[in-house]
Design a protein around this ligand. Structure first.
Ligand SMILES: [Zn+2]
Length: 370
């Protein structure tokens, strides 16, 4: 009979469309999953109506297109002579690639790295580059299923001038100016060593030892720190260092503006690492206190031992937040080609920002590359 024949045809059709009906059921929240299609392409399996779908190609037109063993490349131009470190994001062999680290020895100002067969990840495709005399740079790398070579330029270290206002006792200017200059130079050397991507191109000294308002700043605290700029002086476009007798009662202490700031106050016996710490506040770096991923050798520890190191995660952060003096349009407004990622704080774990403790190079014996 016609009706029975129709039913039989429908049953065959249903069986053809839903061959998975006999499979185990699935639970939505654990999907989608990465998978490999029968022809060896990366794909994704979802959970629909309680049943897993077949493995669906990520790129139905582009796979298979690449001969096996073909590498994608990242080529850094304007590379320094010293080592270049990169953090790579994307996808490879159906697995997410998150800040995969490579250290490259450049040749002729070019840093070339083979990366295997990279593919596009829905959650981030980029290379971050680091190197001496270079600023941490983000490079967009929209990986495809065919062979990719990205040739991208590393940006130079940004340089900002410094004005030091000497506020120590009358008659001390010459000695204190020499001491302050030495301390600023050493803080800059620390930044260079740690590949922060910021250094000073000029140090100017202002004698404020006989300034009529000097007596108000014999001991700088949170209460009077904010009035230094108007009571003593401030020059826009520069870091302003107030070199004072004491901060919070000590000649080795300091304070730094933390948002859109270019001013720091340090006691006249401050170590270079302390000055670097206060500049770190200008650069929107968070304290590392109480965080097991750091110790007193890190520049951003508030009660440090000997502050020596900044991680690559910290160096990147100094260039990516809108409140950092480097980026703030109220301060220097540098590096306009770089993105602003304000969520990139010490605790962030997103793909758009390396972890705060990411180290391409070891920070002393205690903190290896990770
Ligand atoms: Zn601090």
């Amino acid at each position: 009979m016609t009706t029975n024949w129709m039913c039989a045809a429908l049953a065959v059709l249903v069986w053809a469309i839903f061959p998975s009906a006999a499979r185990a059921t699935c639970y939505g929240p654990s999907f989608p999953n990465a998978c490999t299609t029968s022809d060896g392409c990366p794909g994704e399996r979802n959970c629909v109506g309680g049943y897993p779908t077949r493995c669906i190609k990520d790129d139905p037109t582009g796979c298979p297109a690449r001969p096996p063993g073909t590498n994608d490349f990242w080529i850094g131009l304007n590379a320094p002579t010293a080592e270049v470190g990169i953090l790579v994001d994307g996808r490879r062999s159906n697995a997410e690639v998150d800040d995969k680290t490579y250290v490259i020895t450049p040749v002729n100002a070019t840093a070339t790295q083979a990366l295997g067969a990279m593919r596009s990840s829905p959650i981030g495709n980029e290379v971050l580059s680091f190197g001496a005399t270079r600023a941490p740079t983000r490079h967009s790398t929209p990986w495809t299923t065919t062979q990719d070579t990205f040739r991208q330029t590393m940006e130079n270290t940004v340089r900002v001038p410094v004005t030091v206002w000497i506020l120590t006792a009358n008659g001390s200017f010459r000695v204190q100016a020499a001491q302050a200059t030495n301390t600023v130079i050493q803080a800059g050397a620390l930044f260079d060593q740690e590949r922060l991507g910021l250094d000073f191109n000029n140090i100017e000294l202002r004698d404020a030892t006989t300034h009529p308002n000097r007596g108000r700043f014999l001991n700088v605290t949170d209460a009077n720190f904010g009035t230094l700029e108007t009571q003593i002086g401030h020059i826009a476009g520069r870091f302003n260092v107030y070199w004072v007798q004491a901060v919070n009662g000590g000649s080795g202490n300091g304070l730094g503006e933390v948002e859109h700031g270019d001013s720091v106050a340090v006691g006249a016996n401050s170590a270079p690492g302390l000055l670097a710490h206060e500049f770190g506040h200008n650069l929107a770096l968070d304290h590392t206190d109480g965080d097991a991923r750091f110790d007193g050798t890190n520049v951003m520890m508030s009660a440090g031992g000997t502050r020596l190191f900044l991680t690559e995660g910290q160096a990147y952060r100094a260039h990516i937040r809108s409140i950092s003096a480097i980026r703030s349009t109220q301060v220097y407004g540098l590096r306009p080609a770089m993105p602003i990622i304000d969520s990139c704080n010490i605790g962030s774990t997103t793909r758009t920002c390396p972890k705060a403790d990411k180290r391409i190079w070891a920070d002393g014996a205690t903190w290896p590359a990770n």
